[in-house]
Ligand binder design. Structure first.
Ligand code: ZN
Length: 203
């Protein structure tokens, strides 16, 4: 995935105004302050997920509220078909995003998640050329809600499984390396403290 695939046209400066928008949560009366031109929102997804670290022209910056406002105020024809699908369905994009190719059907599958052990969003085009999304549960190596991408379930599950196992191994190796480094620093620290103590004792 190149970064250009996340690019979206920035809303016009006319939309530089603060709007009060409603929460998506059922039964919630919460309101958020949103500015479409500046691509900011006061909701927790925008702030806790650090969406503001992405440029204003990047779809990963958008929470659901920004997507809804964008779809109502900006011409969507300038978007890539995936970005248009995501924004018009208020499907927010998570931090980890990559794609794999299913060689037998020549289908490109997008995989998107926050943490490797949480549910993943899987996006692919159906035979009508429309984007569809599925939820994949990595530790069960299965799709949630019984909704599966028919025809490629086996091959896709095999690929997702091997990616999951490889990622977990890599994460463990990184953790081990960090721990080894921290332990490696400890004797040096003790030595420095001892020397300081001896110097103080002498003088
Ligand atoms: Zn928001």
């Amino acid at each position: 995935m190149g970064n250009s695939e996340f690019l979206i046209p920035q809303p016009s400066p006319d939309l530089d105004q603060d709007l009060a928008v409603k929460s998506f949560s059922y039964g919630s009366n919460a309101q958020y302050k949103l500015n479409l031109y500046r691509m900011t929102c006061s909701c927790s997804d925008f702030n806790k997920r650090n969406r503001k670290s992405y440029p204003q022209s990047d779809i990963r910056r958008m929470c659901k509220h920004l997507m809804l406002q964008y779809s109502q105020s900006v011409e969507l024809s300038g978007l890539s078909d995936f970005n248009r699908y995501a924004i018009s369905n208020c499907t927010t994009i998570k931090g980890n995003f990559f794609d794999i190719l299913i060689e037998t059907t020549n289908q490109r599958v997008f995989i998107n998640f926050w943490e490797i052990d949480e549910w993943w969003d899987i996006f692919l085009k159906n035979t009508n050329g429309e984007w569809q999304s599925y939820k994949y549960v990595p530790h069960e190596n299965d799709f949630a809600y019984g909704e599966k991408p028919r025809g490629i379930v086996r091959i896709l599950k095999k690929k997702l499984r091997s990616f999951y196992q490889w990622s977990r191994k890599r994460n463990k190796a990184i953790e081990r390396e960090k721990k080894d480094k921290a332990e490696g620093c400890a004797p040096i620290l003790v030595l420095i403290i001892t020397i300081c103590f001896l110097i103080c004792a002498v003088f």
